[in-house]
Design a protein around this ligand. Sequence first.
Ligand code: FAD
Length: 503
Amino acid sequence: MASPTDTQQQEQLPKTQPKFPHPKHSYHQPAPHTPAPHPSGLQVIVAGAGIGGLMTSILLERAGINHVLLERATTFKPLGAALTLSAQTVRMFDQLGLLKELHACSKFVSGMTFYRQDLSPIARTPLEHFNERYGYASLGMSRPEFMTFLLKQVVPHRIHWGKRVLNTMQNVHGVMVRCQDGTTYHGDILIGADGAYSAVRQSLYKNLSKKGVKLSKNDLSPLRFEMFCNVGVAKNLDPAKFTKLKEEWVELEAILANDQPITIWTIPCQNNRMAWVAGGKLVAPRVSEGEESVRLSDWETRTEEDLSKQLRGIKLTQGENVTVGDLIDSTEPELISRVLLEDKLFYTWFEGRTVLLGDAVHKLLPFGGQGATQAILDSIALVDLLSAIPSKQPAVIKQAFKSYYSYRFPSAKAAYKSSAMASKLSGNRGMFADMSRSLALKHMPQSVVRMMMDKLHMERPIVSFMEPPGQCGIVMPNAPMATDIYDSAKNEPELEKSETVAV
Ligand SMILES: Cc1cc2nc3c(=O)[nH]c(=O)nc-3n(C[C@H](O)[C@H](O)[C@H](O)COP(=O)(O)OP(=O)(O)OC[C@H]3O[C@@H](n4cnc5c(N)ncnc54)[C@H](O)[C@@H]3O)c2cc1C
């Protein structure tokens, strides 16, 4: 039953979504040029062509840095549900001259609304003012469409498909990667962007342990699953039925199921598609064990019949008389993924010539919407630093990696914490959970919410090797660039020689 405060909030929520104006954008158009090969002559190997790996390849190309991208999948698989990107990362796409194309595969996100199963609203977080405040509207898109967009920007010969990295070795002279098919790759730097079960990370940690380097207990402990979700993208939906598909501005909607700790998230996407996620807490949390965990946590095609049956009848707000069942029926069964979700923040991000980014070092729960953002932010900082190095001497590389870590770790840690909190807010049930939700979503003063959002969006990094875009918003970006941290660190006393791992 709704409490008096719930009712008040219900009255504050509009019955139908107001029309927001089209965000005004003067798309930045960087002058076309082919970058000269980077003076350091750096050869980079990137493992993993997920969001972090693809983004890294795009930026390395613009910086003129030679590289290969190794992906274990033999071809691109359009898996996953949805992603949201805010001005934190959208500004960089504007700098690259890709914003118009990104807009073409996304919708503008006006807010996030939580509902009970009977579709009475609980609370709404407005996002429609982000365009004015931070220069860019938040965007929502299906993950497959975003991946296709990124893939289109990557120079085809850079990607080597069907290359599962097995192990890696490094010494003062370089780094070597061995793949399952027997091929080996040699380079100056290895970037592990190969996800939560990163083979690069495992190899790095193993070699460090062999050398007698003591890793933290946190880094050595297995990943733990407490949550799960089924995800997919429903296609060819009828906009006359799913009426919100027609809108330019869309709401991210979360419906809290009544009798089970499951939340159903939906967001309308371009081309009459609706991305959906049905997830919650596992009854019995599990700890990952070797290969078995890899199978369980990968975003593979696997549905859970029982869950689908339980949720089919739940009504959605994205149209007239539409249900979760309608979405499941419009999703190709082989593109529905069932995933167990783990979260973990690793403390060791680099050593010698190897550095990690994205889920390989910070696996976040997806309910905070920060997984892709954090991987992209890592990529911007790392490539910007690599573009600034004068040579490929081990000490120079080490300095760049140290600056990358000092710049990125605090922000990744904050995202890790906020994602865990968001998962609790949507996942937990019971009186205490209702009270916490109410406090966090409804009773927090708008001024405090605004302050938190402003702080988050101060960080809207761009790369220093290209001209900046013009757009900014009322709140100016004022966090330091990764290269500022590198420059100040250069004045520190001489670095000790990079440690070596036997090849
Ligand atoms: C198929 C899939 C679907 C997803 N769907 C969603 C979603 O709907 N919503 C959401 O919020 N998040 C989703 N995620 C997670 C989200 O993409 C990541 O949290 C975030 O983008 C960080 O990306 P990443 O590049 O660090 O890692 P990932 O996106 O996990 O990419 C890692 C890449 O490395 C490859 N790889 C792994 N091991 C090796 C190896 N040994 N050798 C070579 N390549 C390797 C993988 O195949 C993958 O392409 C999904 C991830 C995947 C892989």
